[in-house]
Design a binder for this molecule. Structure first.
Ligand SMILES: [Fe+2]
Length: 205
C-alpha cells in the first residue's frame, strides 16, 4: 500500500488515552477489541482505507460495552443523547453512541469519520463512510464470533474479498431475520441502513 495515499494525522495521544481506558475493561472484551483491531488492519489493506482512523475507531468502539444498562441510559442522557423507544428498551444499543460522545467530549477526537464509525457500530446507519464500514465489519467478524455463528463466514469472506458493502448487507439481513424470528426488537436504523445499501446497489439514490 502506498503510505502517501492518506493524509496521516497523528492520533498517538488519542490512542494512548483510549488504550489506558481499555485496560479497565473485562479481559474478554479487551481480547475482542484486539482481535477486531487485527481484522481491521487486514481489511484496511484489502480496501485501501486509512488504517489509523479505523484502528482508533475499533479501539474505542466498545469502551462502554461493559457498562450496566441503566447506567448507560443515564450516561447517554447526561452526554446529550436522546434515546429513542428501542434504545430505552435495550440500553445496550447505546454503548456505541456513548463511546462516540466520549470521543468528542473527552477523547480529543473530532474527526467525523471516526466518530460516526464508533457511534453506529452496532446498527450501522445509512450513508456512512468507509471508516465506519470497516469498523463495523471488523467488530462483527472477530474470528471468535465467526466460530460461534457460522453464518458470519459468508460476511467475513465477502469483506476479505473486497466487497465490504455487500458484506454489511449480508450481516444486516441475517441480524434482522434472527431478531424478528426470535421475537426480539430490531432497531429501525438497521433496516434503514439495509434499504440504503440496496437502493445504492440498484442506483436509486
Ligand atoms: Fe465490538
Amino acid at each position: 500500500m502506498n503510505p502517501g495515499a492518506f493524509a496521516q494525522p497523528d492520533f498517538s495521544a488519542e490512542i494512548e488515552a483510549i488504550e489506558s481506558r481499555l485496560l479497565d475493561l473485562p479481559e474478554g472484551l479487551q481480547d475482542h477489541v484486539q482481535r477486531s483491531r487485527d481484522v481491521g488492519a487486514d481489511l484496511c489493506e484489502v480496501h485501501r482505507v486509512d488504517p489509523e482512523r479505523v484502528d482508533l475507531a475499533i479501539a474505542a468502539h466498545d469502551l462502554y460495552r461493559a457498562v450496566d444498562p441503566e447506567e448507560l441510559l443515564a450516561e447517554a442522557t447526561r452526554r446529550g443523547w436522546e434515546p429513542d423507544v428501542v434504545e430505552r428498551a435495550d440500553p445496550m444499543l447505546l454503548h456505541g453512541p456513548v463511546a462516540g460522545l466520549w470521543l468528542m467530549q473527552e477523547g480529543g477526537v473530532d474527526d467525523p469519520s471516526i466518530v460516526e464509525a464508533v457511534t453506529w457500530h452496532t446498527t450501522y446507519a445509512p450513508s456512512v463512510g468507509p471508516v465506519a464500514t470497516l469498523t463495523f465489519l471488523a467488530d462483527k467478524i472477530d474470528p471468535r464470533k465467526v466460530e460461534k455463528r457460522p453464518w458470519l463466514e459468508d460476511v467475513r469472506d465477502l469483506a476479505y474479498r473486497g466487497r465490504a458493502e455487500i458484506a454489511v448487507e449480508r450481516y444486516l439481513e441475517n441480524l434482522l431475520l434472527h431478531l424478528i424470528s426470535d421475537d426480539a426488537i430490531a432497531h429501525p436504523r438497521a433496516l434503514d441502513a439495509l434499504n440504503y445499501l440496496r437502493l445504492g446497489r440498484r442506483g436509486l439514490l
